[in-house]
Design a protein around this ligand. Structure first.
Ligand code: ADQ
Length: 509
């Protein structure tokens, strides 16, 4: 007999998390259904093997609270579809939308990843803007709005995620949606001088103003946005995140995304004694392991990271035979030309370093272009002396936090962390580096390799405390409660805005 759907989702969640670590119910009393909207929806299988931060946060919320997760299915059609495919799983509804093939590339590889992604990561030179791509971006967002509206209920709390869907709230509002709508930006928000290089910067900022609450990863990102409002728009940003701009009153806030450190630690401990870890440990023959795990992306600073390793081997002969660098970097977005270029450059650089510093019995760098399950990664983290987390710019970087949670507190490894990762703001006990300073990074790597155990323990303790103090559950609850509070405070002014709209309409007729 098939399992009751509610117990099936529980089963999935408890397998993911281990029943022994199941958390207290999510603290969302009195709010309606949670509607999450993101470009893609994680499948059941993905949530089990590689749940990203969003999937983990949502999976925990779904245990106790009715929710819908709406996004693209990853499948394309040549005609317009009637409705999204609905999958019910206990309290979770997945709504999966097939998108028009004709627009998808311009929306995804074009405007989202060819223009917004590099621009928001401060890489103006890589931005490839086209008005046609932007038009397709708007059309795909319209498609999201059109299909989402019939599925909405009056007391839904709508939480839209990331740069692919910035215009969605405005499109929902234009079609009469009055529910709470929040937005969370997973990537950095650029300083106004960078943002204004985008021909449609004003449309993007106006689109953000249609939300009730806009959440950023760091105070710096939030300040970049309010700077834009004040300097470029000459409009107002007030205390406590209130903003008055584009004829709207709304709020901004900082919500650094995180992980569930207890669950991550439990998974790392479980893997530590397994065959996979034993094979890796045996292959090290006593050498120290440094690990990097990144999507293969030019923002992750892999080229400078390996230049730093080259420098380390040049300066410190003892590390040539004393250290193994394991870099896991699955290729992504191969349809964007810049990603293909980065991949080719790294192949050459790593080949060069191994050629120069390797020996018949030893290769200092092991470079793997594929996905691993998170369990395997977490096991590897636990036996590493250092993590290499050196992005040139990163919204947060969850690998840095996962690495800390995976360590054995008696003999912990330490993250070497870029000051330009959002995570650096809460992780000052890490070895903080400037990823543009190759020699400085090489020095930091040497320091971590030589660091006395007492110092490693102290730093690790402090890092773990800060992650525990603001975990993924706190992130979600903080955002939802701020959105709810903001919406309630906004009700009177929203009524005025509506009155204004009516009087405007009256003036026209
Ligand atoms: P990403 O750029 O994808 O995310 P990151 O936060 O480091 O960056 O990683 C997301 C997750 O993917 C992590 O949980 C990690 O374990 C996993 N992962 C990475 N490489 C993997 C591999 N080779 N195999 C398996 N799993 C892998 C964006 C922003 C970040 C922000 C997150 C969340 O760019 O800055 O932290 O969203 O908001």
């Amino acid at each position: 007999m098939p399992l009751d759907p509610r117990s099936r989702i529980r089963d999935i969640v408890s397998k993911m998390f281990g029943a022994e670590t199941a958390r207290a119910p999510v603290n969302m009393p009195g709010i309606g259904r949670l509607v999450i909207v993101s470009n893609r929806v994680a499948t059941v299988a993905q949530m089990k093997t590689n749940p990203g931060g969003l999937a983990v946060a949502m999976a925990a919320a779904l245990r106790e609270h009715p929710a819908m997760w709406f996004g693209s299915s990853g499948e394309f059609v040549d005609h317009t579809v009637e409705a999204p495919k609905i999958q019910n799983e206990g309290p979770l509804i997945r709504a999966l939308l097939d998108l028009p093939r004709s627009d998808y590339d311009r929306y995804y590889a074009g405007f989202s990843n060819g223009a917004l992604w590099p621009l928001f990561h401060y890489r103006v030179g890589v931005v490839n803007f086209s008005h046609d791509d932007y038009a397709a971006y708007l059309r795909v967002n319209e498609e999201f709005a059109r299909h989402l509206i019939p599925l909405l209920q009056p007391d839904d709390v709508i939480w839209i995620h990331d740069y692919q869907l910035i215009p969605l709230a405005g499109m929902l509002r234009a079609r009469g949606v009055t529910q709470k709508i929040g937005f969370f930006l997973h990537i950095p928000f650029p300083a106004p001088e960078i943002l204004t290089t985008l021909p449609v910067h004003e449309e993007i900022a106006r689109a953000l103003a249609q939300y009730d609450l806009v959440g950023f990863q760091t105070q710096t990102d939030q300040a970049s946005f309010t700077d834009y409002i004040q300097r470029e728009r000459r409009e107002q940003a007030y205390a406590e995140g209130w903003v008055q701009a584009f004829g709207r009153r709304f709020r901004v806030g900082t919500f650094p995304i995180s992980i569930d450190p207890e669950i991550v630690a439990a998974r790392a401990r479980r893997m530590a004694g397994g065959t996979r870890n034993k094979q890796l440990r045996d292959s090290l023959s006593g050498r120290k392991l440094m690990i990097g795990v990144d999507r293969l992306d030019y923002t992750k600073g892999l080229d400078r990271r390996f230049q730093a390793i080259e420098h380390l081997f040049e300066e410190h002969e003892e590390h040539r035979r004393g250290v193994v660098v394991l870099q896991i970097a699955p290729p992504t977005r191969g349809d964007v030309p810049e990603y293909r270029r980065v991949r080719a450059e790294l192949n050459a650089l790593i080949g060069h370093i191994n050629g120069q510093f390797g020996d018949a019995d030893i290769l200092p760098i092991r470079y793997l272009n594929r996905q691993f399950s998170q369990d395997i990664l977490f096991g590897y983290f636990r036996i590493s002396r250092a993590a290499l987390v050196t992005p040139l710019r990163d919204g947060m970087n969850l690998v840095a936090k996962e690495f800390v949670a995976c360590q054995d507190p008696d003999d912990p490894g330490i993250p070497v962390l870029s000051r330009f990762a959002g995570a650096a703001k809460q992780m000052d006990a890490a070895m903080i580096v400037n990823p543009f300073d190759v020699r400085g990074m090489a020095g930091a790597l040497h320091r971590v390799l030589e660091m006395p155990i007492e110092e490693r323990r102290e730093r690790h303790q402090s890092l773990l405390e800060s992650i525990r103090g603001y975990d993924i559950h706190r992130w979600r609850d903080a955002f939802i409660s701020e959105l709810t509070r903001t919406y309630e405070e906004l009700i009177p002014s929203r009524e005025e805005e509506t009155v204004d709209l009516f009087s405007l309409a009256g003036a026209h007729h």
